[in-house]
Design a protein around this ligand. Structure first.
Ligand SMILES: Nc1ncnc2c1ncn2[C@@H]1O[C@H](COP(=O)(O)OP(=O)(O)OP(=O)(O)O)[C@@H](O)[C@H]1O
Ligand SMILES: [Mg+2]
Length: 676
């Protein structure tokens, strides 16, 4: 009977294709041969973080109504120590239970009893390193422990274990094969295997799609001939392969490179290639992983173009912000756009609507290309780009001046220009001029050129608007200061010629009256006091006039004027005017005077200084005035109107006022002024 069991098991194992397929057949074969009534096959399983035992197959003798017990086995999982097969699996050793009724503490014991089961045994399914599971069998009869049966079953358990491991290994191989071909075919990369003779051994689907061959056309063919463009590359490939076979040295294996490949139709395209030499026995094989990088190359190129454009725009924008002189700015803009868009020459022109002309105010030309210089005036006739932009206010393109009528077209042809593209430059909503790209060859312009030109033309417009606004601002400030000064001069004159003269005359009359009123001491006293008051009023009037516009400044110059200011200051003031006796321009002199006057007034009011120093000097085209005190510091030009007014006055002249006044460390007020 034991031998019969062995045969039955061997029969199942030799015919079963899978572990899954074998399990119920093993239970049935063993159960029937042994004449036992219920069998179950258990394997470990993970449930959360604990290992349980799960029944994956069960059998019972057809005559025995064992459904309840079989269900109890199949439908639950068990803690290994709670069931017989669990303890067998844990220990790796077989076990015999003569009567399950005596083991009521075990799970399923009640169901077993109700089914009428009495004896049981369990055997481990032994793998190479551990038990892979266990089988259990039940009989409705009472059986004493049968060591021979257990020994035979244990050995069969080991055979079954080996079968299971073999099944699993095969399954793993199958799965990995399936994965491999799925991976190869799902790969975007072309994967090509080549032997040491340079013949293609295997290709994936991506290779077929990329190269335009079917795999049949490729496999067995010469890789160099099929996939590498003829010439240098193909020769290098053959040389490299020979060298590898002879010496084992390779420049390609393990070193990714970028080169060109060839499609079935002979067209070439850029690829990135990595070659490996898989470590397989026999003649060497090479695996090439290769990717079509046409799009990437294209993307890189357009990214580079974009980066170049951004950089050029940034440089221009920086120049605009830096308030570069218009001439310099337009030279920069035309050069940037000309180089960026790779045209022969580029221009900025300003329209003069009245005279129906445009004048070049910025020009750039590539080496060896003729350039119309700044100041060139062109007529706005015909249909070339500059007149068209002028008429329409929109970008315009002329591919060729060939056969065009008009003076300007003839002029352009004479200069060897072929075609051009122009965009309007608008300032404050008004068409101001045009930015133009000129070509010396009939080549078409790159796509996107017009948009780029339009962008640069906008920047140019902004730059012009900025410059105009700056000039406008400076002019209006100058006008205000000038008007103020003129008003001060007028008041001073009026006071001098009008009120002052009258007061002087009245003062004389009062003094005269006083002299005549000797007899009346009371009247005389009154007249004397009136005379004194008048003198004081006169003095005050003079003071006032001096503050408005010091006559001494106009008459004697900055040195003496500043000296008088210093004398009236409450602290000692050292004045050093180093102008070699030369006079500064009148507005500069006035500004310098007012700077010192305000500074000394502020010192008197706030500085609590013990002394102050005034210095005036010039070098070449610039003059400076500096007033320094040793007081409390903390001057703040946003607080009052004095320093702000000075800044206005100085900046209106194109100069700059600087206040340096750290708390506790005195104040330095400095004005730098153009004096050329
Ligand atoms: N030399 C100085 N030392 C200390 N503080 C100063 C000095 N000069 C100016 N300040 C401070 O800076 C502020 C601004 O001066 P600013 O001359 O602009 O206005 P102001 O003197 O207050 O008013 P205004 O000049 O219009 O009469 C002053 O209010 C004062 O607090
Ligand atoms: Mg002040």
């Amino acid at each position: 009977m034991l031998l019969q069991t062995e045969h039955a098991v061997a029969g199942v194992l030799s015919s079963a294709a899978t572990e899954h397929d074998a399990r119920p057949r093993l239970l049935e074969a063993i159960g029937e041969v042994l004449g036992w009534h219920v069998g179950a096959y258990w394997v470990p399983d993970e449930e959360g973080d604990r290992t349980v035992l799960r029944c994956v197959a069960a059998w019972h003798a057809p005559a025995l109504p064992a459904d309840e017990f079989v269900r109890a086995s199949l439908e639950a999982t068990y803690d290994p120590p709670d069931i017989l097969p669990g303890r067998v699996w844990l220990s790796g050793e077989p076990a015999w239970v003569a009567d399950v009724r005596e083991r009521f503490h075990l799970a399923r014991a009640a169901a077993a009893a109700r089914t009428g089961l009495r004896s049981a045994f369990g055997v481990p399914i032994r793998g190479r390193d551990a038990a892979l599971g266990a089988m259990e069998f039940f009989s409705t009869d009472l059986h004493a422990t049968d060591d021979d049966l257990l020994a035979t079953m244990t050995s069969l358990g080991t055979q079954i274990g080996q079968f299971v491991e073999r099944c699993r290994a095969l399954e793993a191989v199958r799965a990995s094969e399936a994965r491999k071909s799925a991976i190869l075919n799902a790969a975007f990369d072309c994967i090509i295997t080549m032997d040491a003779d340079g013949r293609i051994v295997e290709v994936n689907e991506a290779t077929e799609a990329t190269f335009g061959y079917t795999s049949d056309q490729l496999v067995g063919g010469d890789l160099a001939e099929l996939m590498i463009p003829p010439g240098k590359l193909r020769d290098a490939h053959r040389r490299g392969l020979r060298r590898y076979v002879e010496t084992g040295a390779s420049r390609m294996v393990g070193h990714p490179v970028e080169l060109d490949a060839m499609r079935a139709d002979g067209s070439t395209f850029p690829i990135e290639l990595a070659v490996t030499r898989p470590d397989v026995p026999g003649a060497p094989l090479f695996c090439g992983y290769l990717r079509d990088v046409t799009e990437r190359k294209e993307a890189e190129r357009s990214l580079q173009a974009l980066a170049d454009e951004q950089a050029a725009l940034r440089r221009v924008a920086t120049a605009v912000a830096a308030e570069l002189e218009p001439a310099q700015l337009f030279a920069l803009i035309t050069e940037e756009i000309g180089r960026l868009l790779e045209v022969g020459s580029s221009y900025v022109l300003r329209y003069d609507d009245d005279r129906q002309t445009a004048v070049v105010i910025g020009a750039w030309a590539d080496d060896g290309v003729d350039r119309m210089p700044n100041g060139t005036t062109v007529p706005l006739d015909g249909d070339t780009v500059v007149p068209t932009v002028w008429r329409t206010g929109r970008p315009a393109r002329v591919a060729s001046f060939e056969g065009m009528s008009g003076e300007l077209a003839a002029l352009l042809r004479a200069r060897g220009l072929y075609g051009s593209l122009g965009a309007p430059v608008t300032v404050a909503g008004r068409l101001w001029g045009a930015m133009v790209l000129s070509q010396t060859t009939p080549e078409p312009l790159a796509p996107g050129t017009e948009d780029r030109l339009v962008n640069f033309a906008k920047l140019a417009g902004q730059a012009i608007a900025n410059a105009a606004a700056r000039e406008e601002l400076a002019a209006s400030r100058a006008r205000i200061v000038e008007a103020g000064d003129a008003e001060r001069r007028r008041l001073e004159r009026n006071l001098h010629d009008g009120a002052q003269q009258r007061l002087v005359a009245t003062s004389l009359s009062v003094r005269l009256a006083a002299a005549r009123a000797k007899e009346d001491p009371q009247l005389r006293g009154m007249l004397d006091r009136a005379g004194d008051e008048l003198s004081l009023a006169l003095e005050e009037l003079r003071e006032l006039a001096r503050g408005l516009h010091p006559a001494i400044l106009s008459d004697l110059g900055l040195g003496p004027a500043l000296q008088t200011l210093a004398e009236r200051a409450p602290v000692p003031v050292d004045v050093d005017v180093a102008l070699d006796g030369e006079r500064l321009p009148e507005p500069v002199e006035a500004a310098a005077y007012y700077v010192v006057a305000e500074a000394l007034t502020n010192i008197a009011k706030y500085a609590q200084a013990s002394e102050a120093r005034v210095r005036v000097g010039r070098d070449d085209a610039r003059a400076f005035v500096e007033v320094v005190d040793d007081g409390v510091g903390g001057a703040d030009e946003t607080c009052g109107s004095g320093l702000r007014g000075l800044a206005d006055r100085v900046e209106a002249l194109g100069g700059r006022l600087t206040v340096t006044s750290p708390a506790g460390a005195g104040t330095r007020l400095r004005a730098d002024l153009p004096a050329g």
